[in-house]
Design a binder for this molecule. Structure first.
Ligand SMILES: Nc1ncnc2c1ncn2[C@@H]1O[C@H](COP(=O)(O)O)[C@@H](OP(=O)(O)O)[C@H]1O
Ligand SMILES: [Mg+2]
Length: 252
């Protein structure tokens, strides 16, 4: 579906979007509160505009659906066989807190599946990308390397990742039933990337996320051999009538 040239172009778009975010990172944050009460910054808007424009130039035949798109565009995705699904700045709360745990997310959705994704981590100058059939790759200042999930040694403590900003009673109950584990709280889609990188084993999300929050990172994790499943054991899918994902568990 995507050749090397197209992949390189999408990676460059994610890098450029990260730069557009970093160019305002040190300025005082001007906040707008959206209808759902989530925060929106100049950085979200700048990243959205850049990604939308460049993806349109790259693949004019494919629609771009972003967290910051109009509701009519978001609604249309349920009937699109193929489209880019974008979260231009995932972890806006982390961006505002300036803890670096925010990401740029670009996914290709085909027939309701996230087949390819790029997750950029601007502050760390890192890009994760991949999907089933593409493998999983991490590019940082030292170069590019393939990532594969690694099974946890039996004796080792289970490493669980959870949201830094959205913690609820259902998750706490799930964690209690898990037994002994080590919990690390991290913002944004970075949690999936830690599984892909072999730095965590489990990410239970018994709380709300939207389709753009998970699509790119699900593809990355699947490229590394991991999975993202609903509590019924079905792969997490996209283009659903409701933009909210069901609860899910990402694992290796
Ligand atoms: N009540 C809610 N409804 C919908 N999405 C929610 C939500 N609470 C959190 N999220 C999603 O969770 C994302 C943050 O994930 P985490 O808590 O793992 O860091 C947010 O992404 P944005 O920052 O892009 O808005 C937001 O989309
Ligand atoms: Mg998000």
């Amino acid at each position: 579906m995507l050749n090397d040239e197209l992949i390189a172009a999408v990676l460059q778009i994610a890098r450029d979007a990260g730069q557009s975010i970093l160019s305002v990172y040190d300025e005082p944050v001007e906040l707008t509160v959206k209808a759902d009460e989530s925060p929106l910054t100049q950085a979200d808007k700048a990243s959205h505009q850049l990604i939308e424009q460049k993806l349109r130039e790259l693949t004019p035949e494919w629609q771009v659906v972003s967290e910051e798109s109009d509701d009519t565009v978001k609604a249309k995705r349920t009937v699109l066989p193929i489209y880019w699904l974008v979260d231009p700045l995932d972890g806006t709360k982390e961006f505002i807190k300036r803890n670096g745990e925010f990401t740029v997310n670009i996914a290709l959705i085909v027939d309701g599946a996230a087949v390819f994704g790029v997750v950029g981590v601007p502050v760390q100058n890192k890009l994760y990308w991949g999907g089933k059939g593409y493998g999983c790759w991490l590019q940082d200042e030292t170069g590019s390397r393939a990532l594969h999930v690694t099974t946890k040694p039996e004796q080792a403590m289970l490493r669980v990742v959870g949201s830094r900003s959205h913690v609820n009673a259902e998750t706490a109950e799930y964690l209690q039933k898990l037994g002994e584990h080590e919990l690390v709280s991290v913002g944004s889609s970075l949690k999936f990337c830690l599984l892909a990188e072999g730095k965590a084993d489990l990410y239970p999300r018994l709380g709300p996320t939207c389709e753009w929050d998970t699509a790119a990172a699900q593809a990355v994790l699947e490229g590394a051999g991991g999975k993202v499943e609903t509590l019924e054991g079905q792969p997490l899918r996209y283009s659903k009538p409701d933009i909210l994902n069901p609860w899910f568990v990402a694992s290796i």
